[in-house]
Design a protein around this ligand. Structure first.
Ligand code: DGL
Length: 259
């Protein structure tokens, strides 16, 4: 294993690029390979068994490209499958979970909202995490339909605005002062969400924390790429690449491949 080997990331689709952006900005010398399993999105409505099967398929793809570390850039895959992945493979895995802790620690109204997929909110890992914050009221909301709209490139559509309003307004009525985005697709909705929430409601996502954890794990296992060569950033999708290219501002190599 060479330290020049890439960091691998996967998600059910394009959403995990929000995590990739944080990692690339913190660790610009690292090579990365991102896999968007858009053909199978959304994962959030699938069974735990299906999510594990897809996560194994994605991991095999990245290991065949010699990835030295894998970031599961999907809350749904992390909360349902990371234990199985860690048991099956020796490569280090980094997962992403809804950032309840920073919201729960900072809330003044003792009420926070979380928007995530059904698969994440119903997972055992998520329930265990929530148990740690019994003094805080946590309002859970499934973001039905949001991932599909983002995958279709309909981020700024009226349909998106209506869905977001229907999910967020009831939380505001219950006095939340923090809104946790528990899905890696949702940071792309922040401009939309800001039009719905008052300024005192803080939006929390996990991207920066995952990037810091990636840096920590690279250091811990002595896996940092110390080369001064220009790094490469490759993206693979098993669907039409148009929307993915768009959110990357057409700046990177995107390959369409059937996997
Ligand atoms: N980005 C995935 C997540 O973080 C979306 C899951 C889905 O495809 O439903 O949960």
């Amino acid at each position: 294993m060479s330290n020049k080997n890439p960091i691998g990331l996967f998600d059910s689709g394009i959403g995990g690029t929000s995590i990739w952006k944080e990692i690339h900005s913190l660790l610009p010398f690292e090579n990365t390979i991102y896999l968007a399993d858009s053909k199978n999105a959304p994962y959030g409505v699938k069974s735990k068994e299906e999510i594990i099967e897809l996560s194994i398929k994605n991991t095999e793809f990245l290991l065949n490209k010699n990835c030295k570390l894998i970031v599961v850039a999907c809350n749904t895959a992390t909360t349902n499958a990371i234990k199985e992945l860690r048991n099956k493979y020796t490569v280090p895995f980094i997962g992403i979970e809804p950032a309840i802790k920073p919201a729960a620690n900072k809330t003044s109204t003792h009420t926070i909202g979380i928007l995530a997929t059904k698969g994440t909110l119903n997972s055992e890992l998520f329930h265990k995490n929530v148990e740690n914050f019994s003094g805080v009221k946590i309002i859970e909301q499934i973001g039905h339909g949001l991932v599909q709209l983002i995958e279709n490139g309909d981020i700024n559509s009226d349909e998106m605005t209506l869905l977001l309003e229907s999910y967020i307004k009831p939380m505001l009525e219950q006095n939340i002062d923090h809104l946790v985005l528990g899905c890696s697709h949702y940071p792309y909705l922040i401009p939309q969400i800001k039009k719905i929430i008052p300024p005192y409601v803080k939006i929390i996502d996990s991207g920066e924390a995952v990037a810091k954890q990636t840096e920590y794990i690279l250091n811990k296992y002595n896996l940092n790429n110390n080369s001064t060569e220009k790094s490469y950033q490759h993206f693979y999708t098993n669907s039409d690449s148009k929307v993915l290219k768009g959110i990357l501002n057409n700046n990177y190599s995107v390959f369409e491949k059937d996997f």
